[in-house]
Design a protein around this ligand. Structure first.
Ligand code: LIP
Length: 286
């Protein structure tokens, strides 16, 4: 259980920087999108794109953070870790929802400041900002200070009846992972109200924090997908957990009101257990 809490004045300073740089990144990403975006290269698979905007926006954010918070570390989705000496780290997804960004759909700049480490299992998120590209929407929050869309305070939807839950999810960039995730989803979809798939983790977390959906779950996310969105949800009164009921991590993120997260986590564990039993039976018979 993390007990770290920065002094209020430092938290306010960091929060302000988080909002400022996320907005600057989203403004630049919007300009670049209007000029026409093309794929520069790919990463984990032929359908995992990197655009020039991803690189340019991350470089812009890193440059501003080096000016505003020179002693902090920086880790981003596209460029190597910059170590720091303050114990604080900036976790950047310069364009979350890159495929959507290429196609003109919903995407966002996701920025968080964490303390202690860049590992979702041990970091303490301190402040977050998710700036929607092509929009004025700025979701933001800070540890112990709440979650907001602009000036409007956010709150997750209460509840625990999975049959009435509107659930967001997402899929990875390799066909094998997507097939595995699709198999799990086939066993979830009949037990919930309905499914949504935005294509940007940060905006899924924001939808949960804003009460526009009850839950979001996705496996195989990166720390860059997780850092801002998980803090936004917890500061909106929700929880963001993994399958073992630890902090949401790269293996699994389940975010929403505590009752809903517990119910979905138990269902996903049962699906995992059933799959393991089927596999061991297949192995025995072969
Ligand atoms: C994306 C996430 C999305 C997930 C995609 C991808 P990226 O991040 O926001 O939720 O389903 O597979 O990970 O690559 O656009 O930063």
């Amino acid at each position: 259980m993390n007990t770290f809490h920065p002094a209020d004045d430092l938290r306010e300073e960091i929060w302000q920087v988080t909002k400022e740089v996320a907005l600057q990144g989203a403004q630049r990403a919007t300009q670049l999108q209007a000029q026409g975006v093309s794929q520069l290269t790919t990463k984990s698979s032929p359908v995992d794109p990197v655009t020039q905007a991803d690189l340019e926006v991350e470089e812009l954010l890193r440059s501003r953070l080096a000016q505003l918070r020179p002693d902090d570390g920086i880790t981003g989705e596209e460029l190597p870790l910059t170590p720091g000496k303050s114990g604080y780290f900036w976790v950047i997804d310069p364009i979350d929802g890159t495929v959507n960004y290429l196609y003109g759909g919903a995407s966002a700049v996701s920025v968080a400041c964490v303390y202690g480490s860049v590992d979702p299992g041990t970091w303490t998120p301190v402040a977050c900002a998710i700036a929607e590209i092509g929009s004025d929407n700025l979701y933001h929050g800070a540890l112990g200070a709440g979650a907001y869309l602009g000036e409007d305070k956010l709150s997750v939807r209460p509840g625990g009846d999975l049959q009435k839950a509107l659930v967001g999810t997402g899929f990875g960039y390799t066909a094998q992972l997507r097939e595995q995730q699709g198999h799990v989803l086939a066993q979830v979809i009949g037990k919930v109200r309905d499914i949504r798939r935005t294509g940007a983790a940060a905006l899924e977390f924001a939808a949960v924090a804003a009460g526009r959906q009850d839950l979001y779950f996705e496996g195989n996310l990166t720390p860059f997908d997780l850092a801002a969105g998980t803090l936004l949800v917890t500061e909106a009164g929700g929880v963001a957990r993994n399958l073992q009921d630890g902090p949401a991590d790269e293996n699994m993120a389940i975010a929403g009101g505590a009752g809903y997260v517990t119910a979905l986590r138990e269902l996903l564990l049962q699906i995992d257990s059933d799959a393991a039993s089927e596999q061991s039976e297949d192995d025995f018979e072969s």
